[in-house]
Design a protein around this ligand. Structure first.
Ligand code: HEC
Ligand code: HEC
Ligand code: HEC
Ligand code: HEC
Length: 209
């Protein structure tokens, strides 16, 4: 072994020791600073009884669907973290509202354009009156905001059936078993759900030269 490579070997050895010591320090350190080993162990923990055996990163905010497709469960992107006004009960508690034009001050950003003409939907067809932290189904039972596909499905049952099978909407990761799909409200704004019409870009053939 030449002298140069011996010296550089020594240097690398010292560097490795420093790195390892650093890792050990972070592993036992502040919360959230997981070591690689912790992360692997965490990733192989069973999720709702299903084992995640692959290291492919799953979306963090997801919930197990309350409905099954061909006997198998799947997962849906969670919504509550995306709703800026959640929790609604911060304001919608049993205390009387003291301000005038409360709706204007708080919800004027919501422009309803859902349903045709006189059949325009109203807030309470979707939102629970008793508990604003929830949506409601046909029978008045509460629906969690993370499971809003159940709300849409009470009227758009055909789109929901297609969505269950994977023909409407979009898959986030995987095909079956651990399939993770987008929620209806990941794409549609529930207050104005139709997408604006988009025309294809036109193209004119160049003139003959
Ligand atoms: C910053 C306070 C605040 C928050 C947070 C809030 N609201 Fe409101 N909301 C109000 C006030 C004030 C009114 C008007 C008084 C009333 O109807 O109670 C209102 C009215 C409403 C109405 C009735 C509108 C109408 O035209 O009659 C609905 C539905 C509603 N809120 C839903 C929600 C939902 C769902 C959430 C959570 C995602 C939420 N609100 C969060 C303050 C708030
Ligand atoms: C078609 C059903 C439907 C109707 C009608 C409806 N909402 Fe909503 N609303 C929803 C759903 C579903 C969400 C959650 C959207 C999400 O997942 O991001 C929501 C979210 C909200 C939020 C939270 C928005 C945010 O990002 O902070 C407020 C506030 C709200 N609705 C108030 C109202 C009010 C007021 C009305 C009536 C003027 C109304 N909604 C009518 C279904 C509806
Ligand atoms: C109470 C019944 C009801 C609920 C709940 C409901 N919708 Fe609707 N929706 C309607 C009606 C009625 C129309 C208008 C019918 C039409 O235009 O053909 C409509 C129209 C739509 C359209 C536009 C259709 C088009 O061809 O332009 C979309 C997209 C849509 N809804 C998505 C949703 C989503 C997403 C949810 C859940 C957040 C939802 N709806 C919840 C009744 C409902
Ligand atoms: C990945 C995004 C995405 C998701 C998730 C999604 N949709 Fe759609 N949806 C669309 C697009 C894009 C269209 C076509 C819009 C157009 O033609 O203007 C559409 C169209 C619709 C229409 C209009 C009628 C039709 O079939 O063309 C309804 C109603 C509807 N969706 C309801 C739902 C419901 C209910 C869910 C959840 C069960 C859902 N969508 C989930 C993107 C999505």
């Amino acid at each position: 072994m030449s002298k140069v490579s011996y010296v550089s070997g020594l240097f690398l050895g010292a560097l490795a020791t420093v790195v390892i010591m650093n890792q050990a320090a972070t592993a036992s350190g502040a919360p959230g600073s997981e070591s690689v080993k912790d992360k692997i162990e965490h990733a192989t923990e069973p999720f709702d009884g299903m084992k995640v055996t692959t290291a492919y990163p799953l979306p963090v905010k997801m919930v197990e669907s309350k409905e099954h497709y061909q006997g198998g469960s799947f997962r849906v992107l969670a919504r509550k973290g995306q709703i800026t006004r959640f929790r609604c009960s911060v304001c919608h508690n049993d205390k009387p509202v003291k301000v005038q034009n409360g709706v204007l001050f708080t919800h004027s950003d919501i422009q309803l354009n859902h349903g045709l003409g006189r059949n325009m939907l109203t807030c309470n067809e979707c939102h629970s009156i008793e508990d604003r932290d929830f949506l409601v189904d046909k029978e008045g039972r509460k629906i969690d905001f993370d499971h809003s596909y159940q709300l849409c499905g009470k009227c758009h049952f055909r789109q929901k059936r297609d969505w269950l099978g994977g023909a409407h909407g979009k898959r986030e990761t995987y095909w079956a078993g651990e399939r993770v799909v987008r929620n209806c409200t990941s794409c549609h704004n529930p207050h104005s759900p139709a997408f604006p019409t988009k025309m294809p870009a036109t193209y004119s053939l160049p003139l003959d030269e």
